[in-house]
Design a protein. Sequence first.
Length: 142
Amino acid sequence: MMRIAAFALLLLSAPSIATAQDSFIVSGICRIPGPGKLYVFLVGEGQFATPMSGRRSSVIDLSGPSSGTREIAFSFIVPAGEYGIRCFLDVNGNGELDRGLLGPSEPWGMSWRRKRPARIPIFSDISFRVDMDTACPAIVLK
């Protein structure tokens, strides 16, 4: 009888142990200046070294007429960890972020922790900890 009671107690306490969430939603919006394909990348520190790529990505086709800035929502389901968001608007449809003499020539943005630095960004400039559902501040593509 005592073993049955102990087993029942173990079963009753098991759901509280098993309910620890192992994946979370990271969501946000990108403010984009016009039409094109919006590429949104969720990156870890290891993926940050490869420009405009990421662990998980989303491509949203925004072709067609638009008037002014639009807000486009995105979301990812990820395990707990340290992440950053970077995105760009592919205006000419070639599937990559075009570059000019002074940097990108197409609109782009990141999940800046503070004001955008006046140097080449590093992962800690855009990273945030995910251990619960997380909403990022708006990412403005310029």
